[in-house]
Design a protein around this ligand. Structure first.
Ligand code: T4K
Length: 394
């Protein structure tokens, strides 16, 4: 058996295995699509491919309007403005920092709320307790190919007369509560970053069934206007280019097979990790039709023998580039850590998840054999935990 890299052996994998999807079309398909764009000489600002993408996605999601954008972060910023949110908005601390930054860019104060330990999404009772006269909305996140307590949050928003919208950056193609994500709340924002199941290299979209919100978003997206003008507070440039739209359309053709690949890889991890003490796969998508976009793991230091961060370091030496999303929680990240007060509201579930979770590679650069080998490698690391700890303390 090869010696572990952290103990002086050579890396188990010859090249880097990243956490994210990276499913891309073949060079031939890409070349043909780019040839078409160059022949038309129309590169951005609602070109033909962008229009086709919006129509195709509208049918895919089963929503009235899809507004494609150059990335989900800008989509979230525009969403806050299009919804005329003011004052404060409730948001999880357990999310990618872009969710919260979007509020700050829109001039809104984030109110951090704890998450449910099972769904990893906003905890409805905690949300309810944080609503006061200054709170105008709730921004909930649907993580890891699963969904948060959408229906309970919807009831709270309705009862308290505030707006609910979703950061569904991880949720492309996910079905929850009997229908696809995309049509819940006032709107939902999806990411088409290269590390997501639907990729446009960078990209994203906003889904809504509301004509007014859609018209506002379309005006805000393009600094010199596209479509009939409506009253908006600010404009931006969040246009999707034709090259991005072409890649998204090809990625959409491959969506079902990519989801199936991910599912098989997740199942291989599950088998390989089953008997290793202190490691468990975390599934927040049991009640959903998932896109299997992330393989989320929890490590228990006592039974595994290494801390989460020692394990990550050892895997990194083997070229397994796992991530610890989301560490630290956004409430403990700059600039929010300066004003977050431990005494006001605690976020115990958030802090626990931030300390224990990590995400394994899944997607185009992985296959079932590689997932199995990574699982077995984690077992070897546990068996050699004492020696590894000793080496790390030198
Ligand atoms: N809301 C939520 C809940 C989100 O998770 C995100 C983004 C957003 C909103 C905002 O969406 P966008 O504005 O990004 O559309 C990543 C991604 O940059 C980010 O999109 C994602 N979530 C977040 C969870 O993770 P990093 O810094 O960990 O990823 P990055 O780019 O380093 O890639 C991961 C690994 O993949 C690295 O090992 C390098 C490798 N890689 C990456 C890219 C892009 C490649 O080998 N090739 C590539 O082209 O943040």
């Amino acid at each position: 058996m090869n010696q572990l890299a952290i103990l002086g052996g050579s890396p188990r994998f010859s090249s880097d295995l990243p956490v994210g999807q990276l499913y891309f079309p073949s060079w031939d398909r890409y070349e043909a699509a780019m040839r078409g764009i160059f022949e038309r000489r129309y590169y951005t600002n609602q070109g033909p491919l962008t229009n086709i993408l919006e129509e195709t996605l509208s049918a895919f999601f089963g929503v009235k309007h899809v507004v494609v954008v150059t990335n989900a972060t800008l989509g979230l910023i525009m969403a806050a403005k299009a919804l005329s949110l003011q004052g404060k908005v409730i948001v999880p601390g357990f999310t990618f920092i872009a969710s919260v930054q979007s509020l700050t860019w829109a001039g809104i104060e984030p109110v951090f709320c704890d998450v449910d330990i099972d769904t990893h999404g906003l905890h409805p009772a905690s949300v309810d307790s944080l609503i006061d006269k200054d709170v105008s909305g709730i921004l909930a996140a649907n993580l890891w190919g699963g969904a948060c307590a959408i229906e309970e949050l919807q009831e709270i928003a309705l009862k308290r007369g505030i707006k609910l919208y979703f950061d569904s950056a991880h949720g492309f193609g996910v079905e929850a509560f009997g229908r696809k994500l995309g049509g819940f709340g006032e709107l939902e924002v999806f990411s088409f970053h290269a590390t997501k199941i639907l990729s446009a290299t960078e990209g994203g979209c906003i889904c809504t069934n509301d004509d007014t919100i859609a018209a506002r978003l379309r005006n805000m997206r393009s600094s010199y206007g596209a479509g009939p003008p409506v009253d908006v507070p600010l404009t931006s440039n969040a246009r999707m280019s034709e090259a991005q739209a072409a890649i998204a359309l090809m990625s959409l053709e491959d969506f079902e097979s990519n989801v199936e690949n991910n599912r098989l890889q997740g199942a291989a991890y599950s088998r390989a990790l089953a008997d290793i003490p202190g490691i468990s796969l975390v599934r927040v998508d049991r009640d959903c039709k998932s896109n299997y976009q992330y393989v989320v793991c929890r490590v228990d230091e006592q039974s595994f023998g290494l801390t989460r961060d020692q394990l990550l370091l050892a895997l990194k030496r083997e070229n397994v580039n796992v991530r610890r999303y989301f560490y630290p929680g956004v409430h403990r990240s700059v600039p929010y850590n300066e004003s977050f007060s431990e005494n006001s509201i605690g976020l115990p579930n958030t802090d626990k998840l931030c300390a224990e979770l990590f995400q394994l590679p899944v997607g185009a650069l992985v296959n079932v054999d590689i997932a199995t080998a990574i699982g077995e490698l984690i077992g070897e690391l546990s068996e050699n935990a004492g020696e590894i700890r000793g080496r790390l303390s030198q």
